[in-house]
Design a protein around this ligand. Structure first.
Ligand code: MG
Length: 175
């Protein structure tokens, strides 16, 4: 009954919430720093990519843009643009948040899953949550980050790549 009432209160306020999802995958390569969720993580290898290859922030950026119907990270920040080379991916999230705020939305919560065989992310999850919370202007308890493995299956399972998916809920800002 509570759920029905909550749903009625949401549907009664047209366009009160938006949901978006994002996904990203990058291959590992030697000689690069591993940056995930805006946090540098000790690792033998980093991720290959045009920017700093932060797959978590790329998935989060796409989730925010998706909720807004505002295109995707590749459209906003093409990898053919030399200005995006080696770029700090926190700037991508900040730009997506700028668009969200300009349109009257704020983040309700975000939930991220990272899939990789290595390195072990558990020791770094709290720092990643805090970094994401700051970027998205929410409390850390509105940020979920889970790490899992691919159980040896496929390229991710062989430790050759890392994938991240994110779901973001946007809420109408109070006027
Ligand atoms: Mg990417």
């Amino acid at each position: 009954m509570i759920a029905v009432t909550a749903l009625a209160s949401i549907t009664g306020r047209a366009n009160a919430v938006r949901i978006g999802q994002g996904f990203d995958i990058h291959p590992f390569c030697p000689g690069r720093a591993l940056v995930l969720g805006g946090v540098r993580i000790p690792s033998e290898e980093g991720l290959a990519g045009h920017s700093d290859a932060d797959a978590v922030l790329h998935a989060v950026t796409d989730a925010v843009l998706g909720a807004l119907g505002a295109g995707d990270i590749g459209r906003l920040f093409p990898d053919t643009d030399p200005r995006n080379r080696g770029r700090d991916s926190r700037e991508f999230v900040r730009e997506a948040m700028r668009v969200a705020e300009a349109r009257g939305w704020c983040v309700g919560n975000v939930d991220v899953t990272v899939v990789c065989e290595k390195p072990r992310l558990a020791p770094h999850v709290e720092r990643m949550r805090e970094a994401l919370a700051e970027l998205l202007a929410v409390d850390p308890d509105a940020v979920g980050i889970k790490a899992t493995t691919a159980e040896g299956i496929g390229e991710i399972g062989k430790g050759k790549a890392l994938a991240a998916s994110a779901v973001v809920l946007l809420a109408r800002k109070e006027k």
